[in-house]
Write a protein that binds this ligand. Structure first.
Ligand SMILES: Nc1nc2c(ncn2[C@@H]2O[C@H](COP(=O)(O)OP(=O)(O)OP(=O)(O)O)[C@@H](O)[C@H]2O)c(=O)[nH]1
Ligand SMILES: [Mg+2]
Length: 305
C-alpha cells in the first residue's frame, strides 16, 4: 500500500525537532514494539547526529514478548544504542529512564546546567503519555489518533532535568510497502490516507499464518478457514461479527474496521507484525530485485549499442 500521508504539519514537526536539537543532551526515540523497524525514522539520525540516544520499544504490552526480546538484541548490537521496552502501565520504567538519561549525560546535573531530554517518535506512538508518566502529572495532551501534539513543549521534571515533548514526525518516502501497512495498522497514519479493506487483508493474511489460533479464538473461526483467500476470510469474519447489510450482504468496511481495531487494542492477542528475520529477508529480496533491474538495464543498453 503506497501511503500518501505527509501533511504540512509533518514538515513543521521536522523543523520543530531540528530547532530544538542543538540544545539537547539525550534523545529518546519511541518505536512501536509491534513494528520496531517500520517505526524507526530514517531521518532522525541525520538530525540528531552524535547525540546520545535511547530507543524505547513502546506499547510492549501489545507486542509478542519473544519478538520484542529479539528486537532488543537486534538494536543493542548497533553502535551507541541503548534499547529498552516501554509500557505505560509499568511503574518501574520511570526510574529506569531517568537513571539511564542521567548516566548518559553525567555533567548535566545542576540548575545552571540541567539535563535536557527530547522525546521523539512517529505519530501516536505514546510520546506524550510517557512524558506525563515521567513528569508525574497530566501535562502533555494525549489521544489515540495521530498528530495530537502540534508543537514542542518543555516540561520540568526537576530543577536539573527538563523534558521536551515533540510532534510526531513521519518521513516523506516510505520505501517498503510493509512499512506503510505496519504503520497504518498500528494507527500512526491519518485515517484519510488509508484503505481499511486493504489493511485488513494484509493483517489477516499475516495472522492466519503467524497467529492462526488467536485468530480462530477471537472470531470463532475454524482451522480450515485459515486456508481461505483474504477476501473470503474477511467475509467470514464479518459474518461471525454480524456485519450484515440489508439484503444479507456482508459489510466489508465494518468487518475491516473491527479486525484493525481489535488488533490495535490487543484483543486478538499480544502480536508483533515484524521480526528482525523478516526484515533481513525483505531487505535481501529488495536488493536482489534492484540487482536484477540493473542487470536488465545493462543488457538492454548493450543491445542498443
Ligand atoms: N497499550 C498501550 N497504549 C499506549 C502506551 N503508551 C501510550 N499508549 C496510548 O497510545 C495513544 C497515543 O498516545 P500519545 O501519548 O498521545 O501519543 P503521541 O506519540 O504523543 O502522539 P502524537 O502527539 O499524536 O504524535 C493513547 O491512546 C495512549 O493511551 C502503552 O505503553 N501501551
Ligand atoms: Mg503527543
Amino acid at each position: 500500500m503506497m501511503i500518501q500521508w505527509f501533511p504540512g504539519h509533518m514538515n513543521r514537526a521536522k523543523r520543530a525537532i531540528q530547532e530544538l536539537v542543538s540544545d539537547i543532551d539525550v534523545v529518546i526515540e519511541l518505536l512501536d514494539a509491534r513494528a520496531p523497524f517500520s517505526s524507526c525514522n530514517p531521518l532522525l539520525q541525520s538530525i540528531i547526529k552524535k547525540k546520545k540516544k535511547i530507543r524505547l520499544l513502546n506499547k510492549s504490552d501489545l507486542a509478542d514478548p519473544k519478538v520484542t526480546q529479539a528486537w532488543l538484541e537486534y538494536f543493542q548490537k548497533q553502535k551507541d544504542t541503548i534499547a529498552i521496552t516501554g509500557d505505560k502501565d509499568d511503574k518501574k520504567q520511570k526510574n529506569t529512564i531517568i537513571r539511564l538519561c542521567r548516566e548518559l549525560a553525567p555533567t548535566r546535573n545542576s540548575f545552571e546546567k540541567p539535563l535536557r531530554v527530547m522525546i521523539t517518535g512517529i505519530p501516536n506512538v505514546g510520546k506524550s503519555t510517557l512524558i506525563n508518566q515521567l513528569v508525574g502529572k497530566k501535562s502533555a495532551k494525549t489521544g489515540d489518533i495521530p498528530a495530537v501534539t502540534k508543537a514542542n513543549q518543555r516540561l520540568v521534571l526537576a530543577d536539573d532535568f527538563l523534558i521536551y515533548d515533540t510532534p510526531g514526525m513521519m518521513w516523506q518516502k516510505i520505501q517498503f510497502s510493509q512499512v506503510g501497512f505496519h504503520l497504518a495498522i498500528c494507527n500512526s497514519i491519518g485515517r484519510n490516507a488509508l484503505d481499511e479493506e486493504l489493511m485488513a487483508h494484509y493483517l489477516l493474511n499475516y495472522l492466519k499464518v503467524a497467529h492462526p489460533e488467536e485468530l480462530c479464538t477471537r472470531y470463532k473461526l475454524k482451522a480450515e478457514d485459515m486456508f481461505l483467500a483474504d477476501n473470503q476470510l474477511l467475509n467470514q469474519l464479518g459474518k461471525k461479527r454480524g456485519c450484515i447489510m440489508p439484503g444479507g450482504v456482508i459489510d466489508i468496511q465494518k468487518a475491516s474496521e473491527i479486525a484493525i481495531q481489535d488488533f490495535r487494542e490487543g484483543r486478538i492477542g499480544k502480536i508483533s507484525l515484524e521480526t528482525p528475520d523478516m526484515w533481513e529477508r525483505w531487505i535481501g529480496q529488495a536488493q536482489d530485485e534492484e540487482k536484477s533491474v540493473a542487470l536488465e538495464e545493462e543488457k538492454s543498453n548493450e543491445a542498443q549499442v
